[in-house]
Design a protein around this ligand. Structure first.
Ligand code: PLP
Length: 367
């Protein structure tokens, strides 16, 4: 009854959503703060007629709103002092929108990577990359991380590849390369191969590689509204790159589903982009809480990997990650552990509100 190819699929497992009781949910890197109240106003006023018609297949107004927001902030909500200014204007034809960055990534895998050479990625990065590689029959070459969990960029560049993909900051480690280090990689990388930087968590890091788009037409940056924009439930992700890359993604999209972003999503996201100060404020709060929690946890004897994201990867000597996860879950708090070598001893904790993190700290101090 089922197609052969189904037997080989190894699907992605998202963070659990148990219903047996109320949990403080710190397992999926969602944002603890609400999205802008302007969204409610905008959505309330959607004429019902709009729902009877197909939405704009190419999200034109939304792309303009995203471009405007990026140009306003310089590409990152809370920029570090030494983040380069954009140096050019991001235009609508440089943006592609999809149903969450997961879908955008799926189109990226389909559009740019062949199977004659391997696609290069770090051994630990977003766990959907191997899933898409399997789905599309792409040979994924996973390069082990350095001992401190940074990327081994030299080893990644040494491979003759069909393309390159990694998250920066990386997940689930939280470690980040600086834009200058990524530029050095781009310099050494063939200009006719697509080089993908997934910036899902970049707003929490202070840095972005967007200014490099001016110089490198093979660079494609992936972004999501799910993290710093508190929009995971609506599903919106986008890619930013040279118009030729965006056109390729649009061709792939139109061969699969013309309308990945619906009328509600487009309206809500345009409203979100008009209130970027709201998100800057929330992003600052998350960064501040992360840094305080990180120090408090280290002071209590936990090993904490330095993080540039809205999550921390932590371990305690002699305690397997699964035991830590289960003990914390018993106290009504969800974190995530990975049943994978090398990071089996760790749990990943999403940064919540100050109050939520204080509760978690009290629990973890007793473990
Ligand atoms: C590195 C990275 N990229 C992409 C995504 C997907 O985000 P979404 O599909 O919600 O836009 C995630 C989600 O956790 C992620 O961690």
């Amino acid at each position: 009854m089922f197609a052969q190819r189904l037997q080989n699929l190894q699907p992605y497992k998202p963070g659990e959503q148990p219903k047996d009781r109320e949990y403080i949910k710190l397992n999926a890197n969602e944002n603890p703060y609400l999205p802008s109240p302007k969204i409610k106003e905008a959505v309330k006023d959607i004429p019902l007629q709009k729902l009877a018609l197909y939405p704009d297949p190419d999200s034109h107004e939304l792309k303009k709103a995203i471009a405007k927001a990026l140009n306003k902030t310089g590409g990152v909500l809370v920029p570090a002092k030494d983040q380069q200014p954009l140096g050019f204007e991001i235009t609508e034809d440089m943006i592609f929108c999809g149903n969450g960055s997961d879908e955008v990534l799926s189109f990226v895998f389909y559009s740019f990577f062949d199977s004659d050479k391997p696609l290069v990625s770090p051994e630990f990065s977003y766990s959907f990359y191997p899933v898409y590689a399997g789905y599309y029959g792409i040979n994924l070459k996973k390069v082990p991380l350095n001992a401190d969990f940074t990327l081994d960029t030299k080893a990644m560049l040494a491979i003759d590849s069909t393309g390159m993909i990694f998250a920066n900051p990386n997940a689930p480690t939280g470690r980040a390369l600086l834009p200058a280090e990524i530029e050095a990689m781009l310099e050494a990388y063939p200009k006719d191969k697509v080089f993908v930087v997934d910036e899902a968590y970049t707003d929490f890091s202070g840095y972005t590689v967007l200014p490099l788009l001016k110089k490198y037409e093979n660079l494609l940056v992936i972004r999501t509204f799910s993290k710093s924009m508190s929009f995971a439930g609506m599903r919106l992700g986008y890619a930013i790159g040279a118009p030729a890359l965006i056109n390729a993604l649009t061709t792939t999209k139109n061969s699969f589903n013309h309308f990945p972003t619906d009328a509600f999503c487009q309206t809500a996201a345009i409203a979100a982009c008009s209130d970027i100060e709201w998100y800057v404020e929330n992003c600052r709060k998350v960064i501040n809480t992360r840094d305080i929690f990180c120090k408090a946890l280290s002071d209590s004897g936990w090993n904490v990997i330095p993080s540039k994201t809205n999550f921390l990867l932590v371990s305690k000597d002699g305690m397997p990650g699964k035991d830590v996860y289960e003990s914390i879950k018993k106290q009504g708090i969800l974190v995530r552990y990975f049943d994978i070598d090398v990071i089996r001893d760790f749990v990943r904790i999403t940064i919540g509100t100050d109050e939520q993190m204080q509760k978690l700290l009290d629990v973890m101090k007793k473990l």
